[in-house]
Design a protein around this ligand. Structure first.
Ligand code: S3P
Length: 169
């Protein structure tokens, strides 16, 4: 199966929103990775991080990417840190295309500033920290991506159209 679409990018880039909109336009299934993890683990993302640590979360995430690879015809809204494990990138590439939604730190901050469900940003909710973390991850997102979409100043419909066009959906 080579027909999955994986949306990657920083927290708040719009992966979940875009995935839902794409799913409603195309005859594809939808997987929201974090929601699936919360459901399977019967704990919030915050709780998983605080009780078992980030590494445990990454293990669960890694297993899920592997499982999704067995399915097809699915739009996957990935967690922002999915690119941190090389195996995830290998497995995503095996089963589909990777679309990177790129946004500036200010856009990200504006969208996530009131979020309490992002343990990575707890206690660091400011543009400088987001910028720093984004710089650390940028090369990973870019190297993984088959398609890159700059999302600042674009609406959901425009972004979806760009994806449909560039990914030949
Ligand atoms: C994370 C992003 C989150 C979630 C977890 C870790 C990250 O997903 O998987 O809190 O390391 O960037 P979203 O990108 O959907 O917020």
């Amino acid at each position: 199966m080579m027909d999955n679409i994986f949306l990657i990018g920083f927290m708040g880039a719009g992966k979940s929103t875009i995935a839902q909109e794409l799913q409603s336009r195309l005859d594809m299934k939808l997987v929201e990775m974090d929601a699936r993890i919360v459901q399977e683990q019967e704990m919030s993302i915050n709780e998983i991080f605080s009780r078992f640590g980030e590494n445990y979360f990454r293990d669960v995430e890694c297993q899920l990417v592997q499982d999704i690879g067995q399915e097809g015809n699915t739009i996957v809204s990935c967690g922002g840190g999915v690119v941190l494990r090389k195996d995830n990138i290998i497995n995503m590439k095996k089963s589909g295309k990777i679309v990177f939604l790129a946004a500036t730190p200010q856009t990200i901050y504006d969208r996530v500033k009131d979020s309490r469900e992002r343990p990575i940003l707890n206690g660091h909710m400011n543009v400088a920290y987001i910028s720093e973390l984004m710089e650390k991850r940028r090369a990973l997102y870019e190297a993984a991506a088959d398609i890159r979409i700059d999302v600042d100043d674009k609406n959901v419909a425009d972004i979806c159209e760009e994806i449909v066009e560039k990914a030949n959906l």
